[in-house]
Design a protein. Structure first.
Length: 101
């Protein structure tokens, strides 16, 4: 049972790394599309590496557990901002041009 508990914790740490790495290309896509605020894209790009770093801080700096949460804040803010944009505003697409007969 202890092995499953340790395995679960380590798999969550690995997932943290991949989630943080995913934020970088998502931020680039936000910047390139121009359909969402550019600040959101920048926040995601900055938050990605910080989120990856937050996976390592419990092992590198065990005396500073609050640092892990602080490093994850920009990524969390970017994610919630993205969710709010998609739910409230949606993705705005240009209206199709009327077909001329």
């Amino acid at each position: 049972m202890q092995t499953a508990y340790l395995l679960s914790g380590n798999l969550w740490a690995a997932g943290t790394i991949f989630f943080g790495l995913w934020l970088i290309p998502m931020g680039v896509c936000v910047l390139r599309s121009g359909r969402m605020p550019a600040m959101l894209g920048r926040l995601l790009i900055v938050g990605g590496p910080l989120y990856v770093l937050s996976a390592f801080t419990p092992h590198l700096l065990p005396g500073l557990p609050q640092l892990t949460g602080l490093l994850a804040l920009p990524a969390s803010a970017g994610e919630f901002w993205m969710i709010a944009c998609l739910l409230i505003r949606g993705v705005r697409t240009p209206a199709p041009a009327a077909a001329s007969a």
